[in-house]
Design a protein around this ligand. Structure first.
Ligand code: AMP
Ligand code: ZN
Length: 112
């Protein structure tokens, strides 16, 4: 499958890894939107939040179990934001579900 994030997970394309376990991979976004901008994703290829179902939801749960560990490692004790973009209106550019972990600064309330 021609998926950028599958290639990053399997090491075909380099990344600055922040965290990895059996089900989850996390790396720094190449175009950071905040002082800390990490992408957290399941190793399993799931297209977007719109494709989550009973068969793959454990992989998404694993992402959310990893997020507090990653936040602690990135010194985000004052808080952070977790965002996933879906489809055209959501401005999703990579069709492998990923969660943007943003922090290290006071974020604005607005989402757009
Ligand atoms: P989205 O627009 O929600 O699909 O997010 C895709 C994110 O992937 C963007 O924030 C990009 O900056 C980031 N990105 C694209 N290619 C790479 C890469 N090779 N390494 C790290 N981040 C990337
Ligand atoms: Zn993929």
């Amino acid at each position: 499958m021609d998926c950028l994030f599958c290639k990053i997970i399997n090491g075909e394309i380099p990344s600055k890894k922040v965290y990895e376990d059996e089900l989850v991979y996390a790396f720094y976004d190449i175009n950071p939107q905040a002082p800390v901008h990490v992408l957290v994703l399941p190793k399993k290829h799931i297209a977007s939040a719109d494709s989550v179902n009973r068969e793959n939801s454990a992989d998404i749960a694993a992402v959310f179990e990893a997020i507090p560990k990653i936040a602690a490692a990135c010194a985000l004790a004052d808080g952070y934001r977790v965002i996933t973009n879906v489809g055209v209106h959501g401005c999703q550019s990579v069709k492998h579900i990923h969660f943007h972990l943003l922090g290290g600064v006071q974020l604005k309330e607005s989402f757009n």
